[in-house]
Design a binder for this molecule. Structure first.
Ligand code: CA
Length: 425
């Protein structure tokens, strides 16, 4: 697992504009990777966010290509060397400053794309408070199914509808059936929801037939993004039995532009623990390193701006806060070990969704389904509007950050998407 080193020193300062601003997402201790292009360019470049800028990695001479999949596949030692070179070159007083200054572009002057071409996409369900709250809506006496505490639940999803932050999407039409109706109809979803998730980006792959053991699992993880798995609850309720989510989840999922590396998250590790009385994982999902520091302390927020707020010049409003370490029942390493235990091959750029990361309290819910108790309790916004599910014109923005005394605050940027009306059918 990633260790603390000189790149995490909270006292480091950078010569790049904005990098030393208090509360900023991209100080020199972060150095997340993404893809960008200038106006009119057809091809993506690989960039590193620093302050208000993005450093062009190839122009700076740190790589000789612009292929993110190749970068993701680097062995951990080479990834660490690249991080060290970036950190030293971007520090105050570095002799790289004259050369690298010409390789910087303002983030707000470039197009930020998908951080990588997502390969296969798997969505997990590690948020135990979400699983319990949603289960309670359907099974009040027995909210958690009996497998939940033994096996990391997930399903194979679809990467072609993963879209970059800032790209709007249309309300999907699909089959829905009212409980008292005799037959379903094709209609725009009336129960459109967000899901507060993290995206786990796979680095090095593994050959088919060769499981990745726990003690090497994080060698295969490049880093973490924000991820909003937009969901159509009425569609989901009608279609999900017996094989799980399908069209309710395949119309859009929004990913943030920057991959925060596992190395950058080293100061924010936490022990993996289980509540008293819960079963310990099977041996293939255990390791000493995971027990000591397998979890990540990442603070998460959901912000909503309605069309009416936007028209009135009102800012977005925070409607939920939670934390990855408090919400997740399984660690990132356990997801990799479980995914591959039967011999499944992972490839660079494969993406795992964590599942909805609700905290233990109702106001920490990571979906409208929970905030509105299944659509039964509208919740009130500060401008007097109410919501049970999302309306056209609503923009949902996820944010994430790590912050604690003695370490530099690092942020994940923003993961934003706006709901547009369904096409006329
Ligand atoms: Ca999900």
């Amino acid at each position: 697992m990633s260790q603390l080193n000189e790149t995490h020193d909270a006292s480091l300062r950078s010569w790049v504009p904005g990098a030393n601003d208090a509360g900023g997402d991209f100080p020199i201790q972060n150095l997340p990777f993404g893809r960008f292009r200038l106006a009119g360019e057809p091809d993506w470049r690989i960039g590193v966010a620093i302050g208000s800028q993005v450093l062009d990695l190839r122009a700076a001479g740190l790589v000789d290509h612009a292929d993110m999949a190749r970068l993701l596949a680097l062995p951990p030692a080479e990834r660490a060397a690249l991080r060290l070179a970036l950190s030293r070159g971007l520090r105050d007083g570095s002799d790289r400053q004259p050369g690298w200054s010409a390789c910087l572009h303002p983030q707000d002057g470039v197009e930020l794309g998908l951080p990588c071409e997502a390969g296969d996409y798997t969505d997990f369900y590690v948020g135990i408070h979400h699983a319990t709250a949603v289960g309670r809506l359907f099974r009040p006496d027995n909210p958690l199914l009996p497998n939940y505490k033994w096996v990391p639940i997930g399903y194979h999803g679809r990467s072609s509808t993963i879209i970059p932050s800032g790209q709007p999407f249309v309300r999907p039409r699909a089959q829905v059936k009212a409980p008292d109706a005799e037959a379903p109809v094709l209609a725009p979803t009336a129960r459109l929801d967000f899901e507060l998730e993290l995206g786990i980006v796979i680095g090095q792959g593994n050959p088919i037939g060769e499981p990745v053991p726990m003690d090497r699992a994080e060698d295969h993880v490049f880093g973490i993004t924000l991820f909003n798995d937009w969901s159509a609850r009425d569609v989901q309720a009608w279609e999900y039995q017996p094989l799980g989510p399908f069209l309710s989840k395949n119309f859009a999922s929004t990913i943030s532009p920057w991959i925060v590396t596992v190395e950058a998250l080293a100061p924010y590790r936490r022990p993996f623990t289980r509540p008293e009385g819960d079963p310990q994982p099977l041996p293939y999902l255990q390791s000493q390193a995971n027990a000591e520091a397998g979890a990540f302390d990442i603070q998460l927020e959901v912000w909503l701006q309605t069309a009416a707020m936007r028209a009135a010049g009102q800012p977005a409003e925070c409607i939920s806060r939670s934390n990855f370490a408090d919400a997740a029942y399984w660690t990132v390493a356990q997801l990799v070990a479980h995914h591959t235990v039967g011999g499944c091959a992972l490839r660079p750029g494969d993406l795992f969704g964590s599942g909805t990361l609700s905290g233990p309290r109702p106001e920490q819910a990571g979906s409208m389904l929970e905030l509105s108790q299944g659509g039964k309790q509208p919740f009130r916004l500060s401008n007097g509007e109410t919501r049970t599910f999302l309306q056209d014109g609503d923009t949902v923005t996820l944010k994430g950050a790590c912050d604690k005394p003695g370490a530099a605050r690092i942020g994940f940027g923003a993961c934003a998407g706006e709901v547009r009306p369904a096409p006329r059918g």
